[in-house]
Structures are given as C-alpha cells and as structure tokens.
Design a protein around this ligand. Structure first.
Ligand SMILES: C[S@@+](CC[C@H](N)C(=O)[O-])C[C@H]1O[C@@H](n2cnc3c(N)ncnc32)[C@H](O)[C@@H]1O
Length: 282
C-alpha cells in the first residue's frame, strides 16, 4: 500500500500482508454478496494495482476456484518478480491504468474489474473510472475499495509542519491527499457521470485499539522511519517526540485508537444496452 494503507505502514511486512489480504477478502465477499457472484467460470476479471501479493486474485481463486481468468494488472513490473509459483489462471500484465495504450487489448472484454488499496494513490480518479468503463463489456461490474482518510497521513502532515521534521524528510508527499469533500456521494456521482449505473457507495471506518505505549511508539516509528533521515543518536528522542505528537494531535478524541482509517467501497455496473452516460466517455 503506497501512501496507502497507511494503516499497514505501521505493521511488519508479515502483518501488512495479512491485513491487506484480510481487507481484500472482506471486499471480495462483499462484492460476491452484492452482485450475486456464482462460479465465475466464464468470467475475465482484472485486479487493478494487484501489488506483489496478488491479494484480490488469490482471494477470488480461493472463493471461486472455477474462475476463468484473472488479469493481475500493475504498473510496476517488479511486483511480478517473485519466486512464488503463480496459478495458471492468473495472467500478469504490466500497464498503467491511466494510459489507454496499455489497455487497448482489454477494450470491452472484461466481465469484472476489481481494485483494493490502490485508487487513493492515483490523483486522476475520473480517468481511472473512464478507462475501466471502456475495458468492461456491457453489463460488466466494477468494484473499488480505497482509502478516503487516514490517521497516518494526517500524522505525516502534522510532522511536516514542524521545521525539525521537515528538514529530515526525504520522501514524496501529496498535500491534501484526502479532501474532506471527497467522500461517498462525491465518488458515487463521479462513477455515475462516467456512465456506470446501480452505483453503491459505502464508507466504513476501520480502527485498531491503542497498544501499550512502548509498542505503539515502535510501531509508529516503523511506519515513518524510512521517510526521514534520522541521525542514529536521535532515534529515541524522535520516537518519543513523534509519539507525543500522535497521541495529542492525531488521536485526540475521547476514544483513542492506534490507527483509524476511513475506507470506501464503490460498486457499479456498465449498462447492458446502449444507455447514454451523463457525459460522453472517450
Ligand atoms: C498499495 S498496493 C495495493 C496492492 C493490492 N491491491 C492489495 O490490496 O494489497 C498499490 C499497487 O497499485 C499499483 N499502482 C499504482 N498506480 C497504478 C497505476 N496507475 N496503474 C497500475 N497500477 C498502479 C502500485 O504499483 C502498487 O503495486
């Protein structure tokens, strides 16, 4: 999860894998229930931003072992460099969901497009929705699951307002990545403008209760340490300072959490018959 499941940034790689897999699993089950998925034995499905763990593909294979083909799609070729034996029903595709040229071969071919933990990392979401619309056949389904707000991002924003932390920062940062007005209705309307129908948009807050301070401090540090150039002799001081900032300025609500993230599941269907979209889709 890039800036993504900021949630996961706080976790060890093993825990990270587990929590993203868990979210993908919950989401696939939600889609199956909402859309009434059965065997999917004739379905061509794309997982956009599949990442190196191919979480959605693996969950779909587990839940629907008769699925026809899964296109694991990612712009980063390194995610496919794995020792792991990939199931023959999964086809790995390198491409950018924002670039039409890399999507031509899928035009009007796909039955379903799914994506977890990726869309919030892409600025031009409408272009993603339009490109997905083009790749789906009529009656095809789209299912996105992504972050709308994150305590971890808010924490980073606050840290970067402090000159001492700003000076040490070495990573990229997108200001106002999760505008407050970009919530459920905003994305539902965007999907409808692109031409999707039967759009369902559902926000859910995921939280984790506070840990003992020592553990919480370390977990937080694991999440941000690679973004900062921290002199070794200042690590303890920085850890404590950042932790105090987190517990006083980020989780300052009555009920404290070690992390809190607001997520959206956004589902829609491409109309079966030549219904016109509100806006012409290129
Ligand atoms: C945070 S990972 C999510 C992995 C996986 N979907 C999961 O739920 O664990 C986001 C992935 O999206 C990919 N990605 C980001 N922007 C993309 C784009 N424009 N086109 C295709 N893949 C993209 C990244 O390379 C990364 O592998």
């Amino acid at each position: 999860m890039a800036e993504s499941s900021d949630t996961s940034k706080n976790l060890s790689p093993k825990e990270y894998k587990d929590i993203s897999y868990e979210y993908a699993e919950e989401f696939v089950k939600e889609c199956a229930a909402e859309f009434g998925w059965r065997r999917l034995s004739k379905n061509l499905i794309m997982d956009v931003g599949c990442g190196r763990n191919l979480n959605c593909c693996k969950v779909i294979l587990k839940e629907f072992p008769r699925v026809k083909t899964l296109f694991a799609f990612d712009k980063d070729p390194s995610v496919f460099r794995t020792e792991e034996q990939v199931d023959k029903r999964i086809r790995c595709c390198v491409g950018n969901i924002l670039e039409r040229d890399s999507l031509k071969k899928f035009k009007r071919r796909l039955d379903k497009v799914i994506s977890t933990d990726t869309i919030h990392t892409i600025y031009d979401k409408k272009l993603v929705f339009e490109n997905v619309y083009r790749m789906l056949r009529r009656g095809g389904q789209v299912a996105f699951h992504f972050i709308l707000d994150s305590c971890y991002y808010n924490f980073l924003t606050v840290l970067l307002e402090i000159p001492k932390f700003r000076k040490m920062y070495k990573a990229g940062f997108t200001p106002n990545m999760y505008p407050k007005e970009h919530r459920s209705v905003y994305y539902k309307q965007m999907l409808e403008e692109v031409g999707f129908r039967k759009v369902r948009s559902n926000m859910i807050e995921k939280t984790q209760p506070p840990l003992p301070n020592e553990e919480w401090r370390d977990l937080l540090y694991d999440g941000y340490k690679n973004k900062f150039e921290i002199p070794p002799d200042e690590v303890d001081e920085i850890k404590e300072e950042a932790f105090q900032i987190y517990v006083t300025r980020i989780e300052k609500y009555e009920e404290k959490y070690s992390y809190r993230v607001l997520m959206l599941s956004l589902l829609g269907v491409k109309p079966k018959y030549g219904q016109k979209s509100k806006k012409t889709v290129r």
